[in-house]
Design a protein. Structure first.
Length: 305
């Protein structure tokens, strides 16, 4: 991959507590699980680590607790090679945690207690403005306060920065935010929530992408799970299938995909090649358990494909 430009990820960091089960319980039912793991996660941290493992020059702006989980997360970020000058440990709020169950087919359900993520404020972003001003790409999700995301969009979206938003979990966004986004990357459920359109084939994907384009978003990528992704961009519009994979856990597959997109774009790939690269990285991620533990390195993607 070629020369990288800087990616700044502003987002959440959680510690994931994962239970392996045969099937999901129904309300009121107690099931005995299998393996239990405690692993680092959170959409912001996952996407940042995916981007840095896949060749990106990445800084993270996040908020942790001043607790064991926060200490472990910060140590892990440094080990991964992230620029952590924008990571703050809150003195009052605990680190974010997520409870994840994974069934025998590799599907998952996730419950999140956000903790310090909810205090990632506009003031913290302003304190680290130099980081964002040095970035070519700013990557965000919605596991931090919407006010903070909106502040970044308003301040940097029309100031030469390419803003990429993963609208997860889905919230209705202020109309003026869309026009400042370079790209939006929702999955099928998030696309339906935001547009009212169920993406079931290429025609419906084109229709959904048009919703975002009409609001001013230049590039739309709709992730389709094992089927790959649909890309609508100035240079290419169409479906890009994912490689087949022996899936055991889909946790962080979407985050791997998005981090790979950022790394690919920063290395000079066009949008089509970046999505193909991201499909490959995500396909490798589902063959391993956990969130960050499943994210492949660049050499793994190059070896397999």
């Amino acid at each position: 991959m070629g020369q990288n430009r800087k990616i700044v990820v502003v987002g959440s960091s959680n510690t994931d507590m994962i239970i392996q089960i045969d099937r999901f319980p129904v309300p009121g039912e107690t099931l005995l699980g299998k393996d239990f793991r405690v692993l680092p996660g959170g959409k912001g941290a996952n996407q940042a680590i995916a981007a840095v493992r896949l060749g990106g020059d990445v800084a993270l702006v996040a908020r942790l607790g001043s607790d064991l989980f926060g200490d472990q997360s910060l140590e892990n970020f440094r080990k991964e090679g992230l620029d952590v000058q924008g990571v703050v440990q809150d003195k009052l709020l605990p680190s974010g945690v997520a409870q994840i169950t994974v069934d025998a087919a590799g599907e998952n359900t996730i419950l999140v207690a956000s903790g310090a993520n909810n205090a990632l404020s506009t003031a913290q972003v302003s304190e680290h403005a130099g980081l964002l001003e040095s970035a070519d790409f700013i990557l965000m999700q919605l596991e931090i306060p919407l006010e903070t995301v909106r502040f970044i969009v308003e301040k940097y979206g029309n100031n030469g920065k390419k803003l990429i938003l993963n609208p997860a979990p889905a919230f209705h966004l202020p109309e003026e935010m869309y026009a400042a986004l370079h790209a939006i990357i929702p999955n099928q459920a998030e696309t339906r929530f935001l547009t009212g359109i169920g993406v079931t084939n290429e025609d419906t994907a084109v229709h959904a992408a048009a919703f975002f384009h009409e609001k001013g978003v230049e590039v739309v990528v709709i992730t389709l799970g094992a089927a790959g992704a649909f890309l609508s961009s100035p240079g290419f519009t169409g479906s890009l299938p994912a490689p087949e994979a022996n899936a055991v856990d889909s946790t962080a597959a979407g985050d791997t995909f998005i981090g790979a997109i950022a790394a690919g774009r920063c290395s000079g790939m066009d949008w089509k090649d970046a999505v193909i690269f991201a499909n490959r990285a995500a396909a490798l991620s589902v063959t391993k358990y956990g969130a960050q533990s499943s994210i492949p390195f660049l050499a793994e993607v190059q070896k397999h494909f």
